[in-house]
Design a protein around this ligand. Structure first.
Ligand code: SAM
Length: 265
């Protein structure tokens, strides 16, 4: 007999005790502990970031010189913090160029605040205080669409270093297994397009997927884009859930895409 669904399991309790917005944080934490994906100073794009536990985890790892840009249809339930920005939008309507612009603005603001603080501290003859740049929240109402779109690699866009694109996006479940899997893979495939367009050669990609008949085709897509590919089903995944995570590392070269060396900042 299947075990009953326990909403408030030990991961739920632990997330609450540690003030994380959701138990999902332990899935990312396990993936990171096993593969060592993220580091201090990283710039990370977090797709489907609400209520915000991955964002909390990633901003702690990235630290004050890192930056995490999160997107979701839903609002966050936690404050994004000074080294994060949140946009309440349908990611299917946000192009890689716009995401790069979002990051560019955040990085420029971060640098400006650091320079201002340093100048002020020098003037007052004391050490500069920690990062205080305000987090930006933008709301753009937009309809959710589930179709994945092909993403171009515009060579002309202003580039900043991006170390990782992570996606915990999940569609609203209809209960129709094949349809739900197709919509989940549509979102993962869209995230892969964003990762291919934006991360540098040493960049990584994490995406939630649902098991099902089209997963192999998606894995082939990820293997076409990244040199190392793994699938992990973290311990915090609920029993009976069909989700797992695909991780890609080291982006394969893409014709027409500038390399890290061209990134301006
Ligand atoms: C499992 S939750 C993410 C949990 C999050 N990683 C955390 O740790 O708090 C999945 C999220 O994907 C978001 N999502 C689904 N489709 C989306 C889309 N097209 N654009 C942006 N977010 C989307 C949902 O709104 C939902 O908040």
């Amino acid at each position: 007999m299947a075990k009953p669904y326990v909403r408030k399991d030990r991961f739920f309790q632990e997330a609450k005790a540690k003030s994380f917005a959701a138990r999902s944080v332990f899935k990312l934490e396990e993936i990171d502990e096993r593969l060592r994906l993220f580091k201090r100073g990283d710039r990370i794009i977090d797709l489907g970031c609400a209520p915000g536990s991955w964002l909390q985890y990633l901003t702690r790892i990235a630290g004050p010189k890192g930056m995490v840009i999160g997107y979701d249809l839903a609002p966050l339930t936690v404050s994004p913090g000074p080294n994060a920005r949140f946009y309440q939008v349908d990611i299917l309507t946000r192009s890689p160029e716009q995401i790069m612009t979002d990051l560019g603005q955040a990085v420029a603001e971060q640098k400006r605040h650091r320079a201002d603080r340093k100048a002020q501290a020098t003037q007052e003859g004391r050490a500069p205080a920690s990062d205080q740049a305000p987090a930006v929240v933008e709301r753009t109402p937009g309809e959710q669409t589930d179709g994945a779109e092909a993403i171009e690699h515009p060579a002309s866009m202003q580039r900043y270093r991006i170390d990782a694109v992570v996606s915990d996006m999940a569609p609203k479940l209809s209960g129709v297994r094949d349809a739900d899997q197709a919509r989940s893979l549509g979102l993962a495939s869209h995230a892969l397009g964003i990762a291919r367009a934006l991360v540098g050669p040493r960049g990584c990609f994490v995406a939630k997927v649902f098991q099902g008949r089209d997963l192999d085709a998606f894995l082939l897509e990820v293997k076409g884009a990244f040199k190392q590919v793994k699938v992990i089903r973290p311990e915090a995944t609920r029993e009976g859930s069909r989700e797992s995570f695909v991780i890609g590392r080291e982006l394969k070269p893409i014709r027409g895409k500038p390399t890290d060396g061209d990134a301006s900042a």
